[in-house]
Design a protein around this ligand. Sequence first.
Ligand code: ATP
Ligand code: MG
Length: 446
Amino acid sequence: MIRKFISRVFNGKKARPGQHEPAVIPVATHGITRNRISSGSRRVCTTLQENGHKAYVVGGAVRDLLIGAEPKDFDIATDATPEEVRRAFRRSRIIGRRFQIVHVMMGQEQIEVTTFRGQLGDDTKKDEHGRVLHDNVFGSHAEDAARRDFTANALYYDPSSEAVIDYHHGVGDLKARTLRMIGEPRGRYREDPVRMLRAVRLAAKLGLAIDPEARRPIREMATLLENVPAARLFDEMLKLLTSGHSVKCITQLRDEGLHHGLLPLLDVILEQPLGEKFVMLALANTDERVHRGKGTSPGFLFAALLWHEVLAHWEKLKATGEPKIPALFQAMDTVLDVQGEKLAITRRIAGDIKEIWLLQPRFDQRAGKRPYGLLEQPRFRAGYDFLLLRAESGEAEQELADWWTRFQNADGEERAQMLLPEQAGDKKRRRRRKKPAATDSPPPAA
Ligand code: ATP
Ligand code: MG
């Protein structure tokens, strides 16, 4: 505690970037040997260093390794310009127009290489609320560190020396399980309000406490999120929902006052009296999938978040006498028209969402050839997982979900026996009718 205090006084919290020397923490202290980082990122660093540049693994990867978590990816920061980076690697390309970064391919790995960013100046372009619009000056290593959001995110790992370079007491803060903002939190939130969401997400994901100084202003500054472009919010919310800690994140967003009207997505989640159980189940299910290393698709997630809205519209339309399937199409379009724009759902994701929804009424059809056709659908698995969630929340019959679990795992003969009798009106298919499933059929294999 005292050491931290002294070091912060000496490091001078208000020191301007570049005015204080970083702590260089040797491997003997932090224990992260170079084999812990991906071979691709190691090679990118060595190559750049051989070309006379500085190059480090930076950000989330170093933080995660220090805390004992598995890094998602390995980003590199360097003093080489994007053009210099591109020339150093055959399989690389510059992306982005404003602040260029370089994607380097190393085998299967794609590594993002970013040139050190410079300090914001008086001429930095901002909107009327102080949000930084253009952020495209290169800078020194120290300036780059000062531009990062949290102290734990401003750590640099040098694979050659295996040292961690720490300008802002990030290692100490991580040890104390604190997420601390670099610099003055209000100013940093004004520059980029998304940092409020990042604070909540990273704290929930890493089990850190947001430092009170960074936590306090969130409630009153939350409205600044209204000025952030929808697409950027969408990206950040998607990260939050697929972090493996979405339930915790959502709860904490609500606790920090980051909800009503600010984050359309959150309104969707928290303001559906009927569907809340379903949505929370879907999020818990997503978290579990992330922890088991299974993929999650934005389509599935958003299909779940918006399902009860679709159901409500669908019911209304059916009550007016609209036939079932056209009513579903209409309900889907209504919901996606309104929410799609608010949430910045892309066309591609909207397509995935619709596919999952449209499969749902088809699960009701358990006679004739139709169940076999459904099994062959490319999106069957997603549709079936969705059905399981619906059953778990009580919205669909558990018996229906169980039937599909058994049907998938049954062999040809068993499957034929499971088929239900044709409904009246399905006469054409009567020929293929089989006996109804026996009640002592085998338990689900899953
Ligand atoms: P994750 O593990 O979820 O990827 P991350 O911290 O690596 O978390 P990224 O979005 O990958 O998040 O960002 C990489 C690094 O870039 C961060 O660690 C941080 O140093 C810096 N960074 C990202 N977003 C911001 C921001 N809004 N303001 C300042 N620095 C940022
Ligand atoms: Mg990252």
